[in-house]
Write a protein that binds this ligand. Sequence first.
Ligand SMILES: Cc1cc2nc3c(=O)[nH]c(=O)nc-3n(C[C@H](O)[C@H](O)[C@H](O)COP(=O)(O)OP(=O)(O)OC[C@H]3O[C@@H](n4cnc5c(N)ncnc54)[C@H](O)[C@@H]3O)c2cc1C
Length: 393
Amino acid sequence: MATRRTQVGIVGAGPAGLLLAQLLMQRGIATIVLEQRDRRYVENRIRAGVLEQGTVDLLGEAGVGHRVAVEGQVHGGIEISLNGQRSRIDLARLTGGKAVTVYGQTEVIRDLINARLKAGGEIIFEAEEVTPLDLTGDQPRLSYRHNGEVCELTCDFIAGCDGFHGVCRSQIPKSVLRTYERVYPYAWLGILAEAPSPSHELIYASHPRGFALFSMRPPTRSRLYLQCTPDTDLAAWPDNRVWDELRLRLGPDDAGMLNEGPVLEKSITPMRSFVAEPLRHGRMFLAGDAAHIVPPTGAKGLNLAASDVRYLSWAFFQHYETGDSTRLDSYSKTALSRVWKAERFSWWMTLVLHKASEEDGFEARIRMAELEYLLSSQAAMTALAENYVGLPF
Ligand SMILES: Cc1cc2nc3c(=O)[nH]c(=O)nc-3n(C[C@H](O)[C@H](O)[C@H](O)COP(=O)(O)OP(=O)(O)OC[C@H]3O[C@@H](n4cnc5c(N)ncnc54)[C@H](O)[C@@H]3O)c2cc1C
């Protein structure tokens, strides 16, 4: 068996794991990242695309801010289309100049992997059967198999950044872990198309036929979503049906804005809210989707992974540089406080914009009143804007 040692063993090369590794490496803290997939798969997984300013700033601190600064599209507003009538929410004006940046998660991942490997950092791709061991002892370990060989990594700490279906959270005893969950009765049918998006800002459309989102992957592609049922069969949605439905949900006045192009990818995304507490067990810390999931409506998943990593990296800096573990001890409480606010916002955006499958007349009218109020009230728009651009870390 091959044995090795590091200070922080990181499970998962998603945004959380890679960003943590990069921040710690910059302060001289040794890390090794274990990732079950190959590099190509990890770099091409299409997911998030809306970054809060705090996330962009953190990428800068991690030394990977150059490309997002040049290629990211800064958006100072979003549009809400209510039954075919568009209104703009001026995020920048309502938040004193704050904005979001549209830059694909695939690009964030490529930047982080390139920077780590260039600096001599290690990512062990295709690490199989990763298992965290001895979490409550002084020397936790990660056992895994690589190239057919059984290996063991001894660490000071383990960071579980292995996403919702990862192995780390499941190592926390049931008597310790509490979970909170909401599964929604709808999903998103998403397409990536080689065609410009209909508007230079995101359009969130609430329509009697269901929700739709019109977003982009700069510089040339659009990323478009339709509310559907979780059991939707993609085979029932040939490209022409998707385009027709997108036009219907934009409404007759705006349907002509939609640009058709070759569909490069089609997928179904289920919608779930989930939080596991606490984020620490012994010497293992959870960060990102390993600990919590939001429905994608509020564009918060990647941004929450980034804010967890912000708090956790501060805690490791303090521990290794001063010997003080106060921030490690308070990490779970501090991170969860921000997580729950983003959970609330994502839940609210999801409920207010989606048509429930069993929606009765009362619920439909309440939802409409909520949206009409939102678009007519400075206070309500400010609350949305403040949350959308991201609460402070
Ligand atoms: C369709 C879609 C759209 C989204 N849109 C947005 C958006 O606009 N804005 C936003 O902020 N968020 C969005 N999200 C959410 C965002 O993509 C996630 O929150 C983000 O990827 C979380 O990062 P993470 O590093 O915590 O987890 P992940 O990205 O899931 O990374 C975890 C990594 O761990 C690896 N792993 C898993 N198990 C193991 C194991 N046993 N051993 C070793 N490695 C393992 C995985 O292969 C993966 O590489 C979206 C998600 C989806 C699906």
